[in-house]
Design a protein. Structure first.
Length: 413
């Protein structure tokens, strides 16, 4: 049975998923989010510094740095999606103007108030709350600009300079794009932000439930065990995670309590201990209690990256990927750990994250505290590490012994 699953995943499923990931449109969304992550990291650093403000009153308030970094994430996404689509499609000459057009349309679709020459935007819509609008805006602009990129009003042998040709060729698609934005916002009074929120709210609601949250954690783990990067599903869940965090932040700011467990910060608080699949316990076993020389050598090589939650070396070096001995416990932990975390946060044993923290490379349990700002997260981080150790251990021992037998046979030859 396991052999059939392995053959299906390696020969049919994995190639199809890899083709999807390599799709220029999907790749553009992934690249956009990855490119904007340094700004999110700045917001995370400010979160850490803000905690110190509770102990040192003389420290300056740096919250505006977070507002104009992490708080502008939607703006960044709106620019980079058409930018990378045009690059992936081979229209690099148009990528900058496409990104700029998307920025202008995004501002228009944020539904600003215009009175007596004064324009007023809602600041929150520039950040994670407006990211779904940014995705729609960026993709719409990319579709139009990509369609028109291969069309021109001038012949190839025209004597008119190339930059002038480019100006005129971009006039029509840009005019059409902005006309659609003007028509929707100014003429019909459509607040696209509210429309998209209403459309995606049921989906986000599913992810926020226990089954939805567990599934959102397990799917990347399952794919990763077959060598498919977790980034393949990153664009699917990330906007929902960010929207949930925005709701948590708003709730706390208004004196309420954060309730949305399904956030990226929750993953970095207690789930991604060692990386996707909670693999730190396995890396420690390999480095310190392996009897097989092969596994011990790999363990010594992967332990340091694993401490900083970089687990590509252990996934592809142990390997876990396509290795039935280690894939199964990784799947078990992919279901068990989010179940535990959802439970302890639902019962109030650990605070639900209500501020940005995406320093995924920070070692545990330090990351657990900063992501939740709750000391109890440190205790539960240790508990989860012990539980994942218990899950990995019997499978690890069988795998270690199998390698040890092979090594003895090789030495006796």
């Amino acid at each position: 049975m396991m052999e059939k699953i392995m053959n299906f995943m390696s020969n049919k499923f994995a190639p199809r998923v890899n083709r999807i990931v390599a799709n220029p449109w999907v790749s553009a969304i992934q690249s956009s989010m990855l490119t904007g992550l340094p700004l999110v990291f700045v917001g995370s650093l400010i979160t850490i510094i803000s905690i110190l403000n509770n102990f040192f009153e003389w420290m300056p308030d740096l919250s505006l740095m977070s507002t104009f970094s992490f708080g502008m994430f939607g703006l960044i996404i709106a620019f980079f999606i058409p930018y990378f689509v045009m690059e992936n499609k081979g229209h690099s000459n148009n990528k900058l103007v496409s990104g700029a057009t998307s920025l202008v349309l995004y501002l228009l679709l944020l539904f600003p108030e215009i009175n007596d020459g004064q324009i007023t935007f809602s600041l929150s819509r520039f950040g994670i709350e407006g990211m779904l609008v940014a995705l729609v805006t960026g993709l719409f602009v990319a579709v139009i600009m990509n369609f028109m990129a291969s069309k021109s009003f001038f012949d190839e042998d025209s004597a008119i300079p190339d930059f002038v040709v480019s100006w005129f060729d971009n006039l029509l698609p840009i005019t059409f794009i902005l006309f659609v934005g003007w028509l929707a916002t100014i003429q019909f009074g459509i607040d696209l932000f509210q429309v998209i929120q209403a459309i995606f709210q049921p989906i986000a609601g599913i992810v926020s439930t226990y089954p939805g949250f567990v599934l959102s954690v397990f799917i990347p783990v399952f794919l990763y065990s077959f060598g498919i990067s977790a980034w393949a599903v990153f664009p699917v869940f990330y906007p929902m995670y960010m929207a949930n965090l925005a709701d948590n932040m708003d709730a706390v700011a208004s004196g309420g309590v954060a309730t949305n467990i399904a956030t990226q910060e929750t993953l970095y608080a207690l789930i991604s201990i060692g990386g996707v699949g909670t693999t730190l316990a396995l890396a420690i076993m390999m480095a310190f209690i392996s009897k097989s020389q092969q596994l011990k050598a790999i363990g010594k090589a992967v332990i340091v990256p694993s401490v900083f939650n970089i687990n590509e070396p252990v996934v592809f070096g142990a390997p876990i990927a396509f290795n039935p001995y280690l894939m199964v416990p990784m799947w078990i932990n992919g279901l068990l750990v989010p179940t535990i975390v959802y439970g302890i946060m639902s019962w109030g044993w650990v605070a639900v994250p209500s501020s940005t923290f995406l320093l995924w490379y920070m070692p545990y349990p330090i990351a657990s505290y900063f992501a939740t700002q709750d000391v109890m997260a440190i205790f539960w981080c240790i508990v989860i590490l012990i539980i994942t150790w218990a899950v990995y251990y019997p499978f690890f021992k069988v795998y270690d012994n199998s390698l040890l037998v092979k090594e003895k046979e090789e030495n006796n030859q």
